[in-house]
Design a binder for this molecule. Sequence first.
Ligand SMILES: *[C@@H]1O[C@H](CO)[C@@H](O)[C@H](O)[C@H]1NC(C)=O
Ligand SMILES: *[C@@H]1O[C@H](CO)[C@@H](O)[C@H](O)[C@H]1NC(C)=O
Ligand SMILES: *[C@@H]1O[C@H](CO)[C@@H](O)[C@H](O)[C@H]1NC(C)=O
Length: 478
Amino acid sequence: MKNKQVTILLFGFLISSWENTLAIEPVSVTKTFVSSQALFANPERGWITHRFSNDLYGINSLRNSAEKLSLVLIKIDISAYKNSSHIGQTKLNEIRTALNSCRQQGLKVIMRSAYAWDSVLAPEPKNIETVKTHIMDMKPIYYEYEDIIIAVEMGMFGPWGEMHSSYFSTTNTQFYYPIKTTALIQVHATYMDALPITRSVLVRTPYYIRQVFSSDKPIEPIEASNNTAKARTGYHNDAYLASSDDAGTFSYGWSRAKELAYINQMTRYAFFGGESFGTPNSKYNNAQNAMLESRQQHMTYLHRDYYTPIYNAWGTSVKEDFTRKLGYRFELKTLSYSKEVAPGGLLAFSLKVQNTGFSAMHLTRPVVLILDNGKTGTARIRYQTILTVDPRSWIPEVNSTSIDRKLRIPANIIQGVWQLLLTLPDSNTRLQSDVRYTVQFANENIWNTDGTLVLTNDISITSSAQGSRTTDNIFQEI
Ligand SMILES: *[C@@H]1O[C@H](CO)[C@@H](O)[C@H](O)[C@H]1NC(C)=O
Ligand SMILES: *[C@@H]1O[C@H](CO)[C@@H](O)[C@H](O)[C@H]1NC(C)=O
Ligand SMILES: *[C@@H]1O[C@H](CO)[C@@H](O)[C@H](O)[C@H]1NC(C)=O
């Protein structure tokens, strides 16, 4: 019995290698996609607006606004708990209600908590342990809403959570002093504990990040995977392009050029966003420099409602360019594929994708390839497979990324003309079937309302096609 099995296995192996060596694979054809300048909302990027957790006015019209918002910064006022060991259930439930509303509206969020939302000196509890407990009080929420919370701004310290003028500042009897390194390190570590491993905390200045990690070096590529603490630490700037040091953002002995080089490296892997500040059309916030530095700093989100005179000075065309380019913007360039394949045969597949946005995608998601018979209702047949590719690697620094694969076509597939579709749904199962969380591409005539992109609709599956074949009834990369 045993010997017989070995013989059958060996025989099968010989046949398949014989087929593979002698078969001439079908020739590939190449099609070119047409790019689109359309403005549309895409997940985890773009213009952002701010709302308090108890007042989400107008959020049902954000996605369809001129600026196509898909992100909201949720501000959490915890001033009432300054003297309490824990944040009250009333506040925690208010936050949950706010996040539920965002989810219903197809939005994602960034959160920031603070003990004062106006100019109050040193508004925090006097014991850092209380601040840390308050962060941990929100930990269950960070998990319950992991699907829509893309990152958390550190906040907690000082008025507006802007991380100055705090009880934990180096000088705490006057405004604008920075936070002590010991306090920074503790609160950062607490966030690393409170947030899901794939989520990051965004810190107000690059100087603070250097203090937390006790290093002048930005994240290295090797540290960018495995969800290291450095990979989970991003940056936000609420005085974006205000002045040579962005109103104190850079004022710790580093020149603007040196800071921008540090930020450029860090934000290849970590989120960067904020709000603009200063006199419109000035040296740094003018349209030309804003475009240049937003690309250099890999900007993912920008506050739409502040400071609007700066954006108005840019003019409609530059504003629209920001609507397109904040974060990632993917465009299909070309597809080379076998036009004829046999059931059980191999489909050659080579797709070129370009990221014309300012930044990489920072949260990963599946890249799904679908073979579809183009029918509707019960007659529809779909085979799908997840490609071994991480869309975070489609970075703006390269003109295009090529995905070259060979795909096994199921042996039992019905012969005929098939479509090849691509889709990038959310990585969280809760949102996977919600098209509002699926990535749209900047191409004409490829987007289906179910969130799939039509790569081609003319693959002929016929037993008369050239090439090797197996009896495996699978659709997957080999
Ligand atoms: C906290 O305690 C201080 C000192 O007793 C008091 O002035 C302040 O009003 C209290 N704040 C809150 C929000 O309870
Ligand atoms: C981290 O990820 C890299 C891939 O970039 C891998 O080679 C390495 O083994 C990982 N390190 C650890 C400690 O898991
Ligand atoms: C990218 O494209 C531009 C213009 O289309 C070209 O000048 C440049 O050399 C290309 N860069 C690379 C790395 O191919």
